[in-house]
Design a protein around this ligand. Sequence first.
Ligand code: PHE
Length: 352
Amino acid sequence: MALAEDKNNILNKIKSAVSLDDLEKIRLYYLGKKGLIPEALKGLGSLSIEEKKSKGQELNIIKKLIEETIKDQKINIENKEIEKKLNSETIDVTLPPNISEQGKIHPISQTIFSIIEIFGNLNYVVETGPDIETDFNNFTALNIPEHHPAREMQDTFYINGDESNNVLRTHTSPVQVRTMLNTKPPIKIIVPGRTYRSDSDATHAPMFHQVEGLVVDESSTMVDLKSTLVTFLEEFFEVKNLQYRFRPSYFPFTEPSAEMDVAYTKINNKIKIGEGDDWLEILGCGMVNPIVLENCNIDSKKYQGFAFGMGIERLSMLKYGISDLRSFFDPNYRWLEHYGFSVLDSQTRSGL
Ligand code: PHE
């Protein structure tokens, strides 16, 4: 029978198979249900016990050998195919990517791009800081000492299990501290980023975004603060002659402090920013408290400045007519298709 074939002959046949198809044919020929080996094993039935034993052993050894050789050859062929692919498929990284219509920029990202672009034109530099902050940067240096009632203004997430009193930053203001400790005035920064408070309902999310602004130099005043914010808001909402008002307020890190409201009207259930009889609170601001300057090793007799902070979701909702804050954080692709921005939008790109 064919199995009388030289063992080496069989193995050579396997080793010279060049495709997985060939290999499979060989496997079926020897090991398949009707293959030579199973047939030969069946044929043992008619032999004497002694012969059955020795022939059986022999067949099983050949069977194993064939199986192993086929396995090795399979790996060989597969490796060769990968190599061939790698050699033939080259990628031209200089070709433009195919980003035609797939994916959208999230409105929060888009809002951050616009904010950076507008303040960039006013010569502000972007600064960032970590989400996990020290108690000193988030509170103490900002003139919010321990047990001060102002700490209650913000429902803080404390980091459990470490002695450091670290917190998830409750605002972007700690980056004021970081920047003042690390650089000498003049300072002119904005800080977009994530912030956290233990709060959750239709208008509050436990994670949200703020943008902070800080200017420290020898001469900036409340008038500069006011004109900066008005310029920003008119640009951002694309309105001329924005109607606004400043209300006295309190923040431990600014003195005096104010909140800024902008006028709005509701037309067909849509909010139109800029004019009208209703007021919307939009941001907090003030002159940097000299105590904060001193806490950050800046001479408060020589330097002064202003700071402001606003919620990015809020700005985004007002600009793009999004009514529920929580929808920003839903993994809802259809929502993003509707409210998201095209990657090819020039506004988006210029913000990058
Ligand atoms: N950090 C304040 C807040 O989160 C906002 C603010 C920033 C107010 C800077 C004044 C100056 O509410």
